[in-house]
Design a protein around this ligand. Structure first.
Ligand code: CA
Ligand code: CA
Length: 137
């Protein structure tokens, strides 16, 4: 700001710095959340699938999203255990993961698919891909 018409013979510099705090949700600041991969693979014999979730475009503040297994050709309680939950990213955190228990059977059934979904972001937004899948090998 500048003050005009000062009283007196000198005009001191009264310009002020204005600091803009970016608190918007979107591509900057708190970033957005997506699956790290559009498809994951996991070995049935390993007994577990690890699914990474990414925060892109900014890592300020704490944000969260819900995740869940969402059907597919793999069968719940025969090929895997259904999971759901909430992933929280703290300030500066850009990568998180959750796990899905896989059930080892004696059937040659590789290639079965577990669909995955992100939903209900808090303090952030979701970006593509918000759906993904684990292929059991
Ligand atoms: Ca199986
Ligand atoms: Ca099998």
């Amino acid at each position: 700001m500048d003050l005009s018409n000062p009283v007196g013979t000198t005009t001191p510099d009264l310009s002020a710095l204005v600091t803009i705090i970016d608190d918007e949700v979107g591509a900057f600041g708190s970033g957005s959340i997506k699956f790290y991969r559009s498809t994951y693979t996991a070995a049935e014999r390993s007994g577990i699938a690890v699914v990474e979730v990414s925060r892109v475009g900014g890592t300020s503040g704490t944000v969260s999203t819900d995740y869940k297994t969402d059907g597919g050709t793999a069968v719940i309680n025969a090929d895997y255990e259904a999971v759901n939950g909430t992933i929280t990213f703290g300030p500066g955190e850009a990568r998180k993961s959750f796990t899905i228990p896989l059930i080892v059977d004696d059937i040659n059934d590789s290639g079965e698919r577990i669909n995955l979904k992100l939903e209900n972001p808090v303090g952030t937004v979701l970006t593509s891909p918000t759906s993904s899948a684990v292929i059991i090998e």
